[in-house]
Each structure stands twice: as C-alpha cells, then as structure tokens.
Write a protein that binds this ligand. Structure first.
Ligand code: SF4
Length: 252
C-alpha cells in the first residue's frame, strides 16, 4: 500500500526546533519527527534531543522522535575516502544524512511525503536551491516529495527570532553559548571562529577531528580546510592565546 505522510526533520538546532514550535502553533501535526544522527554530532546535541526536545515532542505531538543513523560509522567512511573538505569534496551530507533518510523511508514503505524543514526567513535562496535538489534526490530512491515546506520562512521568522522562540519555550540549546551553528562538530564548512571555539571548549572533540584528519592525510592527502591542517590550527590558537597574554602583561 502506498503511504503518504508528513515528516518534520529536526537537527536539534534552533531553526528546526523553532519550526516544530510554529507547526504546533499552526495546528500542523507531523506523522514523524526525524532526527538524522550523523554519528559526528556534538554529544551535547544528542543529549539535548533526547532529554529536552523528545519530551516536548511527546507532550505536544504525542510522538517519539525517530532517530536515523548511517549504515557505516563516519570513521570508516573517512578511511575509505578521506575527510570531506569544503567546498568541492563534501560527500558527508549525502552519505550520512540524505541516504540514511531515504533508505529509512523506503524501509517504511513511504512513497509520498510532505517534508518540513527548518529554513528561516533569511534563508530564502538556500531554501529555493534545497527544493530543487531534495526533490530530485528523493526520486532516485523512488520517493516523491509532494510538498517541501519551510514553516519559519512562510511565517517570516528569521534565525534570530528562531533562537528567541526556543528560549521562550524552554527549548534553548546551550551549544549556542559557544557557536552560531550546531551542525556536526567537525563540519568542514564551519568558520575559523567555530574551530577556535571547538578547540578551547570541546578539546576532546577537536582532538577526535584531528585524529581523523591525520588518518585522512596519510591515506588520501585530504584535509578539512584548504589553508590549515587541524594540527596547524591548534598551534595558531595556542599562539594567539600566548600573544594575548603578553599584550595584557605589557598593558599592565
Ligand atoms: S553539517 Fe557539515 S559535516 Fe555534517 S553532514 Fe553537513 S556538511 Fe557534512
């Protein structure tokens, strides 16, 4: 039997969480709330989804969050092809997010769906591009996305508003104390500031990323960034701190 469902995709970031709040306010009830756990999430993000978001989803939609995992661990993928690097070699989104999602739909026998994504009002162009790509990618798996919705965009809610909305509803994600974004901790698209914040606040995760990059350099000659390896970034961040201390001392 052909199934048609409404699926809301959440990452635990402010936009997708605010999207759920808006859906609730507008009386839109998804059939599934899915969390694509890439295996390289911040542990704090996974904890947030399990401990804070899941009870809210249960209370407001009477649903459990469906957690979807890639078939192979990320480290194994890196061993085969090296780390994803920006901008040309980003294989990760496809392999650890999209594929597992569409395979899950197929396993569930879902052929038609409305998909709800957390694009905000200031991401109109990104949403337009996503619309094209997502629909054609879905077709490869024999799935038709009937409508792709961005409830935040439709309600003219910006990223900043989204963060406020999560605060107001007790769903603030504390990773925003350190970062502007909360994707995978080793995302090659993150800014230098985010790598710096990762290094100083989450050193174990920075080291995990560095270890993966070292393997990737040895076996594929690939790094996360074009300008620095993570080992070089580490040196840079330590030097910056030392320099700041010297300047502070000279001022005194
Ligand atoms: S958030 Fe970054 S690392 Fe994670 S899948 Fe997307 S591009 Fe890849």
């Amino acid at each position: 039997m052909t199934k048609f469902v409404k699926v809301a995709s959440v990452s635990g970031g402010k936009d997708s969480v605010a999207m759920l709040i808006v859906m609730k306010e507008q009386g839109i009830r998804p059939d599934y709330v899915v969390f694509l756990n890439t295996g390289i999430e911040f542990p704090q993000q996974v904890h947030y989804v399990h401990q804070k978001l899941a009870p809210w989803v249960k209370e407001n939609f009477s649903l459990d969050i469906t957690e979807i995992h890639p078939k192979e661990p990320f480290a194994l993928q890196v061993k085969k092809r090296g780390v994803p690097f920006a901008p040309a070699g980003r294989w990760c989104c496809r392999t650890i997010k999209k594929e597992p999602f569409y395979l899950w739909l197929r396993e569930k026998g879902i052929r038609y769906l409305d998909l709800y994504l957390g694009y905000a009002a200031d991401e109109e162009e990104r949403f337009r591009n996503a619309k094209r790509q997502v629909k054609s990618y879905a077709r490869k798996f024999g799935v038709k996305i009937v409508h792709l919705y961005a409830p935040l965009l439709d309600a003219d809610i910006t990223e900043e508003d989204a963060l406020k909305l999560t605060r107001k509803h007790g769903l603030y994600n504390e990773l925003y104390d350190h970062f502007k974004r909360t994707g995978c901790y080793l995302c090659p698209y993150q800014s230098l500031d985010d790598w710096r914040a990762l290094f100083w606040n989450f050193p174990k995760l920075f080291n995990a990323a560095k270890t993966l990059e070292e393997m990737s350099i040895r076996e594929h000659g690939k790094t996360f960034r074009r300008d620095y390896t993570l080992a070089e970034l580490e040196m840079r961040f330590r030097l910056e701190k030392r320099q700041a201390k010297i300047e502070e001392y000279v001022m005194i």
